[in-house]
Design a protein around this ligand. Structure first.
Ligand SMILES: [Zn+2]
Length: 535
């Protein structure tokens, strides 16, 4: 048996985060991923609270989950009610799973003020509900809600609740920091007090309102807790739940607890990104362990250290959690960053040679003109390619013209006036010059359309490349009196994403540079991978 049991509540507590709404299919997909990560229990939802969760449990029966067990969540019976007729308990018993988690109160104030019942009735509700589900043959976890606040205010009652739950046959009593305001030291003291009183396995469910959910979870584990509850990316109500993406590697790599296999741990970054994709949230680049910037290095000093010893500025080897180091290129960079980065794209620049210095000078010059390569690695790669004497660009811009006109398009509907944008582009591919025109809902859109129209005749597969994000930033620290504009574009071919940058005092030109880089990068990449995109 593992020393730690992971219990994921992304599908229930995680879905409480503002802006998240999982469909039944989303939840099924996420459950599958959690299984690959080696999560022991997956809380699928609250079947007593909504029909979507009932449907989830129905469909989840066809999932193949070799590692995980699905858990249905609910609450204890109502005050003065009967277990046999309690709709919520019946929903748990009929969810088609063998494990249920029920939540009950463990703080005196919550019982009297919120539940509006007596302290004794609350204990009966807990004992009856656990007993009822146990009689039905289920494993039962008891979530002691507001346990730590309750323990602070009235420790004897909070402990009594745990005793009653254990006595009724709960397989695990989960101590909850429901409001997320407890400190790690307080968590340890309370867990130790509970352990003196009962032998039932304990769990921890922490919220992140004081940004301590991960620290509190680790403190609880150190104090002897067995079950660890949390969510992927720390999603959850208000500021979120304890983040399993930090807890799992901390337990395994820092505390030496063999809680998941090496292979499962190596899936962590993938699972984190997958869940954010499904949740339709941009993955947080700065997340510890799994963020794309978690192991990125910008300072030349750091990069030179890392060239000598890979771990010199990293607390772990990122490969262990499925992440990777990245070297950023910016005006702070030294020659080493350039050499290191070029090597990543398969170009060896000799350390003593002039090429690296030339490239660095060029980056610094371009950055002083508003280009920034930290987050536009595709544009940087193109700079490296263009530095090679034998580089043949897949296309070259001869010139372009953009017309913006305000025109009344539908004279019958006076209110509908539109801005019309039209772009004309002249592009050279090899010896041929193409001349195309396109309209768009804005000048950049028109320019994009005209450029593609020209290039698609030579590179039909370019159709799969889409512009997925377009950002414009006005640069304060501009040269002279003109305001410099930086455009960052993210493109995707459905498999990979890449970012390019353009900068100019003219927004159209800045956009053009970033757009053209986005397409050129893909074409160069295809050519290099032996999949040329010509007809
Ligand atoms: Zn919670």
């Amino acid at each position: 048996m593992s020393l730690i049991q992971f219990y994921d509540t992304t599908l229930r507590d995680g879905a409480q985060r503002e802006g998240i709404s999982f469909s039944v299919v989303d939840k099924l997909h996420i459950a599958q991923k959690l299984d690959e990560l080696g999560i022991h229990f997956i809380e699928g939802g609250w079947p007593g609270s909504n029909p979507k969760d009932v449907e989830f449990f129905k469909k989840a029966r066809s999932l193949h989950l070799p590692h995980s067990k699905l858990v249905a969540f609910g609450s204890t019976r109502r005050p003065k009610g009967k277990t046999e007729t309690d709709a919520n308990l019946l929903a748990l018993a009929n969810a088609g799973v063998t494990v249920a988690t029920i939540v009950g109160k463990s703080s005196t104030l919550q019982v009297t003020q919120v539940l509006e019942t007596t302290l004794d009735e609350n204990l009966s509700m807990i004992a009856d509900s656990i007993g009822y589900l146990k009689t039905g043959g289920m494993s039962v976890f008891f979530d002691a809600e507001h346990f730590f606040d309750g323990f602070k205010a009235d420790p004897s009652y909070a402990l009594r609740v745990v005793e009653v739950a254990a006595g009724a046959g709960a397989d695990c009593v989960v101590l909850c920091d429901t409001d997320g305001g407890t400190l790690p030291g307080e968590i340890a003291v309370a867990v130790e007090a509970v352990r003196k009183q009962v032998t039932v396995p304990l769990g921890i469910h922490a919220h992140n309102d004081a940004e301590l959910a991960v620290a509190n979870t680790l403190a609880a584990v150190k104090a002897g807790v067995f079950q660890v509850q949390g969510t992927i990316n720390g999603y959850g109500e208000r500021c979120g739940n304890a983040n399993l993406c930090s807890i799992i590697p901390n337990l395994k790599l820092k505390m030496g607890i063999d809680c998941v296999t090496d292979e499962q741990l190596a899936k962590l970054t993938e699972v984190a990104h997958y869940v954010s994709e499904v949740a339709n949230l941009v993955p947080d680049a700065f997340s510890p362990y799994v963020g794309s910037s978690a192991f990125s290095h910008k300072g030349g000093f750091h990069v030179s250290g890392m060239a000598k010893w890979a771990e010199s500025y990293q607390h772990i080897d990122p490969v262990r959690v499925g992440n990777q180091s990245r070297v950023l290129v910016s005006e702070l960079s030294g020659k080493r960053n350039i050499i290191y980065k070029a090597k990543e794209i398969g170009l060896d620049l000799p350390r003593q040679g002039k090429e690296a210095q030339k490239l660095l000078d060029q980056v610094k010059w371009l950055e002083s003109r508003g280009f920034q390569y930290d987050n536009a690695e595709a544009s940087f790669e193109l700079l490296v390619h263009r530095a090679k004497p034998d580089y043949q660009p897949p296309f070259e811009l001869v010139d372009f013209m953009v017309v913006i006109e305000k025109r009344r398009r539908l004279p019958t509907r006076k209110s509908l006036e539109e801005m019309l944008s039209e772009a004309m582009v002249k592009v050279r591919v090899g010896t041929e010059v193409m001349h195309t025109v396109a309209e768009g809902n804005g000048p950049v859109n028109a320019l994009d359309g005209a450029l593609r129209k020209a290039l698609l005749q030579f590179y039909p597969r370019l159709a799969q490349v889409k512009l997925v994000d377009y950002k414009v930033r006005i640069l304060e620290e501009s040269i002279g009196t003109e305001s410099q504009v930086r455009v960052l574009i993210e493109s995707s071919d459905g498999v990979d994403e890449w970012r390019t940058v353009g900068s100019s005092t003219n927004i159209i030109e800045a956009s053009w540079l970033a757009l053209a880089d986005g397409l050129e990068y893909w074409l160069v990449k295809q050519e290099a991978s032996g999949k040329p995109s010509t007809k």
